[in-house]
Every structure is written in C-alpha cells, then in structure tokens.
Write a protein that binds this ligand. Sequence first.
Ligand code: HDD
Length: 687
Amino acid sequence: MADARRDAKDEQLEKSRVSPQDSVLTTDQGIPVDDTDNSLTVGQRGPSLLQDFILREKLTHFDHERIPERVVHARGSGAYGYFQVYDDSLAEYTRAEFLRDSSLQTPVFVRFSTVAGSRGSADTVRDVRGFAVKFYTQQGNYDLVGNNMPVFFIQDGIKFPDFVHAVKPEPHNEIPQAQSAHDTLWDFVQLQPETIHMMMWVMSDRALPRNYASMQGFGVHTFRLVNERDESTFVKFHWKPKAGVHSMDWDETQKVAGKDPDFNRRDLWERIESGVYPEWELCVQLVPAADEHKFDFDLLDPTKIIPEEEVPARPVGRLVLNRNPDNFFAETEQVAFCLSNVVPGIDFTDDPLLQARIFSYLDTQLIRLGGPNFPQLPVNKPVADVRNHHRDGYHQTEIPTGRAAYHKNSISGGCPALAGGAAFRHYPEHVDGELIRKRAETFADHYSQATLFWNSMADWEREHIVAAFRFELGKVEDVAIRAGVVGHLNHVDHDLARQVAEGVGVPVPSPAGPNHGRRSPALSQTNLVGDPVPGRKVAVLIADGSDSGLIATTGEALVDAGAVVELLAAHDGVVQAADGGRIEVTRALPTMSSVLYDAILVPGGPTAVTNLAADGLAVFFLTEAFKHAKPIAVHADAAPLLDRAGIDPSAPGVIIDQGGDTAFPTKFLDAIRTHRFWDREVKHIPA
Ligand code: HDD
C-alpha cells in the first residue's frame, strides 16, 4: 500500500536526501579517504603539513558550521504534514485554491518555537509559542506565521526591536536566559501599556503548554480573503487542537526544564514516530468589508481579539503533522518563514505591525541564511514551478538555462511569460490621507480586552495568573517598576491588582473604575476540551510483589486509548510479580521524574506497596504528581503508600480500585481526559 505521507513535497525532498548507506568516506570533492583520524605528519612525531587537504577541509567545514540563530524564536521544533479544507465553503471569499478545493491535500511544514530563549534553551519556559505554517500550495508558498496567543505585545512594528531588547537577556550580563522575569521587560511593560492585554495571556497558563499538540494557534492579525471579483473579506485565522488546550503547572515546568529540556520537542517527535499524529482544525472568523468599523476596537489593532461570541470561528479544514524531518539543521533550522509569502486570494491589511513584518522576515533570512537564494533550500522550495529572471547571488544551486535574463525578451520567446489571470493581484484598497507619525486614536484602549480575558478565566486560571504576576514582578529589583505594573493591572481589575500588590510588597492602589463585567467563555481553557489521551504518558510504579493483573487490564485499556504506558521500578531489568511471574521494567525510577508523566498508576500487591513505601523516590514521585494536580489511580492495597505520600485518598482525581472494579480503567481514562484536577488543595504539599 502506498504511504499516505508521500506527497509532492516529500517526493521533491527525496531528490535532496543523501544516505550514508553502502557508501565509502570521501572528501567534499568526492575523493575517497581511508583515514579520518590522523593528520599527515613528517614522521610519527613530526609537524603536520599544510598540504594535508583532508585535515584542512575537515576543520574548515567544522569551523563554519554555525549560522546566526533566529533573533527571536531561536528555539524550535518542526514537522511535515498536510492541510485540507472540508468543503468549498470559502470559494465565495477567496481565490486561494488550497482554501477552496477539498480534493487538494496541501503539504505543509510547521515550526513551533519559544520566543525569548536561545537555540539551546529549555522548552518549558514561561513564554509565547510560535506556530508557523508553511503551505506548499500549487499557487506558490503561503506562510501563516502565528503564535499560540491571539494578540501581540505591541501595536506598531517600529517598536519590535525595543520590545525584543527588553525581553531578551539584559545586555550587560546576558542574564536571564529564556525568562521574562527581569527588570527590563517589566520596565518596558509599565511604560508601554499596549502590552497589558498580551501580558495577561503570558502570565496565564497558555504560556506553559503541556505539548505542541494541545496548543491553540492564531494568525493574530486581521488579514483579507480576496475573491475573483476582487472583493475583500476580513479574516482572523485560528488553529484549534484536536487534543484540546492543556497546560502544565508552573512548578512542574521549571523542574522539567532541568529534567528534560527537550520535553516539547521530544513529545512532538515521539508522537509522530508512533503514529499519534497531532491534528488541528483551521477556523476562520470572517468579517464583511462593510462591518470594518462596527466593533468597539480597531480590526487593525493586533492587541485585540474579535470575541468568538461576536464572530464565530468557523471550522474550514484540518492540519495533520505526520512526518518528522530527516535532519534538524537542513530542515527545521533552515526553514524560512516570510509574511510576504502570500498566494492569490489572501492579502494584507494596514495593521502597522503586520506591515513591518512583511519587510522584516525576508530581511532576516538574508542574513541568517546568507543571501537571496534561500528559497532554493529543499525545505523552503515551493512545489509550484519557480521561473523568473533573478540570477546569481551566493549559493545559487540551480542552473538557469538560456540567454535572456530580462523581461521583455524575444530571445527566449518572451519566457517566462507574464501570468495573466492566475497572477497575484493586490487588493485594490482605496487609500487617501496625509503622512503622519502618530498612533491611531482607535488603538487607544489598552485595558478593556485585558479585563475581558481576566473575567473569562476559571477560578484556578485566575489563581495561576496572580501567582505568575507575583513571581515575575517579585524578581524585578526596582520596586517602582513593580508598582508601575500594578498601576496598569488596577485598570484591568482592582482585585487582580490588589492580589498582585500584596504579593510583591507595593501599595494597593485605590480602585480605578468598575470592571465592565463582560466575559468571553471561548477564552478559558476549561472550555477548550478535546481528547488529550493519545500520546499522554502514564507511569506505573512497580516493585517486587506487584500484582500483574491490574497492570494487564488497566494497561491494555490505556494503550488502546493511545496512551504511552511505562513501568518504573527502583532498577532496570525485571521485578518479580506477586504471582511469581516476571514484569519487565521500562525505566529505572532514578532516571525519571513524576514531572515527565501525566498520570500515575500503582497496582496492588501488599509486598510491592511496602517496598514502594520504603523507597523515597517512589514516595516523592506520588507526592509531586499529586501536587501537580495529576490523576493518580491505585489499588486499595496502596493506601499506606498514599498516606506516606501525604495524599488524601478522597481528593478529586485520586481513583481507588477496591478490587475487581471493572470500571476502574474507564474511570482512570476519564481522569486523564480531565487533564488536571486544578481545584485540589495542595498548598501544604512541599514537593
Ligand atoms: Fe515575528 C520570527 C511570530 C511579530 C520579526 N515570528 C517569528 C516566528 C514566529 C513569529 C512564529 C518564528 C518563525 C520560525 O519558526 O522560523 N512575530 C510572530 C507573531 C507576531 C510577530 C505572531 C505578531 C503578530 N515579528 C513580529 C514583528 C517583527 C517580527 C512585529 C518585526 C517587525 N519574527 C521576526 C523576525 C523573525 C521572527 C526577526 C526571527 C527569525 C525569523 O523571523 O525568521 O524577523
């Protein structure tokens, strides 16, 4: 049977793949080499020779291995897959074939990233996540370069260098790495209140995604869809994950950053390798051109959302990631997203942030990838034909034939010919006005939507937001900056400002005005449910004397539902089951940690429970998982172990099998679907 993952892009990539299989070692010039371990010297202990081209080539190539990392979003992970619309319902709005024709499966490459950290920084830091999609359409490449949050820090791209300089490590000592909890970022925030809405998102659990597969994505800006009649409809793009939207606990993310800095990267890789393909639904919010001014915010302001209760997010298609790259550098590092990559039927708006981005991405690729031929790199190369009169430049890898490199020409029969009706046409927007360097008045309200976000959160989400502000501002040395930020929060919600002020030791300001009371339920993670079980990791704590029955029945149910089950014991190898059989250990407990798992199962067996209760690592494993609000399923025998771990057996998300409970696996799976029991009282747990 043909591999469904073979598509036009993969076939194109195949031509660039080079395998070491059945090959002999050569220089870059193809000259066979029989010794790559010893330099050419005069005698055994004599000097090395300049003529040793094998030594020189090896060192030179190595010396030139690095390219500049991305100035932001340096840390990332990518995968290939496809996108397909459900039907032709967008045909009346856009000329873009890949959005109109449900028979087309468009190959994609998607790169997820953090923003502030360097290429080698940890995955699980508090940060925005990039969600960049390159569609290799038959009409050329389209790049939708979004984030996992629907708004941005600033309204005008001219502020981007200021913002990035503020959030990155401070320039005098390059501290802190991949963290926003420092003076310069919060100084920027207090002086630039347009950041406040985005800071609410960044202080929420959205900044701590459990994995890329349970992250929402947003195009952020208002773009245009343009149809054959050159009519424009405003559009906001959303990616909604099939797994639902799920985050981690702040304490947990910090520990994971040490235990497994590649946590999100590994998860994406392993899902795809094991066939649990991450999947999202593309949804669009469409606003007719005539409604441009009907909102109480400006559609061109990227610090605003269109609440889904006002304009529904309409599902139109499906994105599936099903192929890992072969080489990280060649593909994930060299992929070059450009906002200027649009196809006929999709166009820009006058959003001043977007306009700056249209310039900046192409510009950055020129320095990052060393010249204008980066679109020829295999990962960037369109599957659509590329023909033009561009010539030369560093790293030209194609051989354009013929004599005429100009238009118009008669020598090449006028080719390449102008495209005619299929060409990209800019939306013929009518523009009229004086040149002015001033922010639009319609961009002035920085608080209402921050309040909307706060009002829409569940209690536990609010608690986490307050804790995050307290943590971040608590790390700010300049108390005046802390107070400045609290002053802005006071315009968002007085109670929020009060709680933060009390945590960071600044005066509680007097109320700035009433909270408008509006909510948008679509913003709360509580309402963004899906099926998170496939790909989730369950740890089974075992020891000599474990009852293999529960492992078999529950384990089977978990695996059937797509979960990954790992058996952890004090040592690798095997443990002796209660019935005398052998249970193979997946991983030794000392090499793992509860923070790397989503749920814990402890099978019965009195001896095993005694053994586990005597093992500090096993006890801590449970205590910590409980603190992080994870589902814990145990056989009734394990009561003493729960007791040692300080776990209340009647707490939500603690499931106990009294023996022979056939519904036990289902109850456990339901608990894993719940993801976390955030309402658990865990303040007294020291883990
Ligand atoms: Fe940006 C990278 C997303 C504003 C300039 N940005 C970059 C990436 C993502 C975003 C996902 C990584 C792409 C990849 O994986 O290679 N950026 C956004 C979003 C923004 C945004 C959603 C606001 C809506 N960015 C923004 C502005 C500017 C830039 C206003 C400059 C005026 N962004 C860049 C950049 C980067 C980049 C410097 C660094 C590496 C790259 O482009 O390829 O040009």
